[in-house]
Design a protein around this ligand. Structure first.
Ligand SMILES: [Zn+2]
Length: 224
């Protein structure tokens, strides 16, 4: 899922509307959190109060022409930050999964925390394996995002996001505190799989945080 990311500098492009994304879907790339984090994301997303996208095109017929168009109130397909090719399902399925994640989870988080940015969204299977995953994780379906909060220290920001999502009743299927960021996934087909996990290092093994109640979380991550 969210194992250590390779170091180096990535090849970051920007859509006509100003959303940064990675140009290619293979080979060595940046530590995404660093490259797409504070600074880049802050200037790339409209300030709170900007008009939401109005061109929410049907995801089931997704084509590359929709890359820079809105998929939810606050996000675009381009916010998945890699083109939805080479994953565990078709382009259109990735696009639809991403749209559901944005509409059901990320829009709400962004409303609560305008400084929230997405540091990693869709991952091609080959890239997922480079990061130590099995090439079949939620990122490869467009069902997961790693998010950060600008304006606070990285760990403090991640704690705020984690506690908000954990206590919010949002229909996430997985929520992981990774230290500097939070991994959140939406899988509408299996709400019973909800799990709250935590790691302070960004590396497995993950500790079980006590499921939806968060009862086994460390004190500074507990919300109740
Ligand atoms: Zn992740």
């Amino acid at each position: 899922m969210c194992d250590a990311k390779p170091a180096g500098s990535g090849n970051v492009l920007t859509t006509p509307s100003g959303v940064p994304y990675y140009a290619d879907n293979k080979g060595q790339r940046a530590g995404e959190t660093k490259a797409m984090g504070p600074g880049v994301g802050e200037t790339s997303q409209p300030p709170p109060g900007d008009q939401p996208p109005t061109d929410l095109t049907d995801c089931t017929t997704y084509t590359d022409a929709q890359w820079d168009t809105g998929c939810s109130e606050k996000f675009k397909f381009a916010h998945m930050n890699r083109k939805p090719q080479g994953g565990s399902c078709s382009e259109a399925e990735v696009a639809c999964n991403w749209q559901k994640l944005c509409q059901n989870i990320l829009d709400k988080v962004k409303t609560q925390f305008p400084g929230m940015t997405i540091s990693s969204g869709f991952r091609p299977s080959s890239y997922d394996r480079e990061l130590g995953g099995n090439g079949n994780g939620d990122h490869t379906y467009g069902k997961a995002a790693d998010i950060q909060l600008l304006g606070a220290g990285r760990e403090e920001g991640a704690k705020q996001l984690f506690k908000f999502i954990g206590s919010s009743g949002l229909p996430y299927s997985q929520l992981i505190y990774e230290g500097g960021w939070v991994h959140v996934a939406y899988n509408g087909s299996s709400p019973a799989s909800v799990a709250v996990l935590v790691t302070r290092t960004g590396k497995a093994p993950y500790q079980n945080g006590g499921g939806r109640s968060g009862s086994a979380l460390p004190p500074d991550l507990r919300w109740a």
